[in-house]
Design a protein. Sequence first.
Length: 574
Amino acid sequence: MTKDRFNHEKLPSRHVRIGPQKAPHRSYYYAMGLEKEDIDKPFVGVATCWNESAPCNISLMRQSQSVKKGVSSDGGTPREFCTITVTDGIAMGHQGMKSSLVSREIISDSIEVSMRGHCYDALVGVAGCDKSLPGMMMSMLRLNVPSVFIYGGSILPGRYQGKDVTVMDVFEAVGEYSSGKITEEELKELECVACPSAGSCGGQFTANTMACVSEAIGLALPHSSGPPAPDESRDKYALDSGKAVMSLLENNIRPRDIVTLESLKNAAVVVAATGGSTNGALHLPAIAHEAGIKFDLFDVAEIFKSTPYIADLKPGGKYVARDMYLAGGVPMLLKTLLEEGFIDGSCLTVTGKTIGENLESVEFDDSQDVIYSAKKPIMNTGGVVGLKGSFAPDGAIVKIAGMDNLQFSGPVRCFDCEEDAFTAVENNQYKDGDVLVIRYEGPKGGPGMREMLSTTAALYGQGKGGKVALVTDGRFSGATRGFCIGHVGPEAAEGGPIALIEDGDIISIDADKGTIDIELSEEELKRRRKKWNRPKTDYNSGTLWKYAEQVGPARYGAVTHPGARDETHCYADI
């Protein structure tokens, strides 16, 4: 039966399991308890980011066992392996955050070399923490073997003083504590209840944003991003994901058949419609790069500009990921966006059907208030906006979900690293109306393009969310709110305008028009550029040095290799 379904002579695993010459290779599988009938089936890699680094990842081992059962039940032999994660909530606010974005590339690279080295025929990826989601999806496009992505699920909300809380509230409480609004005892009470279960951060931060993307882009089963990590229905979705990859393998449906320019546009729509993380504008170009598709920050921003904001999710709104799941989840969100013409329903998905076919039985529920109809959005423009101007010729990004004022202009306060900015904020060494600029935190300059949640949360906790702006060539956490602009390009380490400004210069931002400008003449910028020298970094060896040497601009996803456009073959066809 198995041999009738799969063309074994073209599967990568033929290199390790078929023919007399492969006897030594097969002996290793016998050593692990496999029987001949197991070795005669396609090998399916089950990649998981399980670890004990954070609650995001601790349920993934359980879910991967269900994936393996699904693979085994439908004619495949699963081979589980783990990769790393760097958990932003723990890495945030110190030098550890330099490893965060770097981990996305390590995750992709490690999955690639494990799949290549062992000649697996298909892939199911189980991921929970911010960079592991795009990293996993990038590896699927790079390898181009039949693949299914499954999210590990969000954390349950904590309860404090009668309200749902997330880790964002703890970060902001640090600012409240520093300004005397709460006591150390109150801060301690909050930190002990904010994260009550396994799962990724509960708001529409990077993990949940990219989980929604996984469904919208077609790489995950419908509804699979929704149930919280402790929910036992996750095990059924994991089981079904294992079965789904066997169907994809049988029908030779590959990730690059699914992820097209149109499906990337669908994914960008969902980021904006949910008020998702600005990191979506970094990860979508990186995923596109793996498929050989041109889709940069400006392409993403153009879609954001015309997308309505319809999901009332934290940090800009009221609800958390569990609430969206209970309200109808990503399928209901996609349904109203499809009905109003914001997404392309003809895109293929891992079900073997199109987005439109998957949504045929979905009906919009008017009785809930988490997901608004696209006819009557919270805001007519998306929750995330791209910016461009004399200060950021290669673009920048800002999340406007939950913001009332979309214009800001003020004098610059320059900081050459996040720690200096955080110290100034903690000690109230800034004024209302200031534009705090944190530079040399870009992909090369950091290196690693750190997130700035500690600083932005402290500002918000001090009640200054709308009274100052914060601009950086680094990134912002999906949990960031307020007037915070990231991904400024060219970055300071490349001599962009952000490297040339001085205290007191005026920056003007208009998120309505999509502009960010510095009030300096081109002649003055040229004069300053002649005097500028790139600062030295402390990272002159090891992984961060390698990353800084290889990484490209944020505009194109901060990628580290040429991508599919330079391929002469892909792994799936070895």
